[in-house]
Design a protein around this ligand. Sequence first.
Ligand code: DGP
Length: 116
Amino acid sequence: MSTAAHECLFCKIVAGELPANRLYEDDELLAFRDISPKAPFHGLIIPKIHIATLNDLVPSHAALAGRMFLVAKELANEHELPGYRVVVNTNSEGGQVVFHIHMHVLGGRQMTAGLG
Ligand code: DGP
């Protein structure tokens, strides 16, 4: 399933048309708190451009995608998370609900071993 950029929830957050508790921003990336946190710290990192899913990444996105990991590390450091988990749900079968690629960063509690 894909969502046109003009009706995408996360594009609206990027554009400032919907509020979000922003954690990090640069020219290419935005991070904000998840509205329904699954851990004491639950951030979402997104590219500002509309990319629907991990399957839509192409080689020209490599630096952008790599920088999402660097922002995850920065957020973890800034929020003093000794350990954390990053997750990219992909497609409905992978638990993806919002079709604008995003990296979940979860921490602030003990994560269970394994991924269930
Ligand atoms: P996923 O299942 O991977 O597509 O996760 C989407 C996440 O997005 C989910 O944890 C809840 C969060 N979310 C959905 N709508 C909003 C919103 O309007 N604002 C914020 N901050 N988070 C949202």
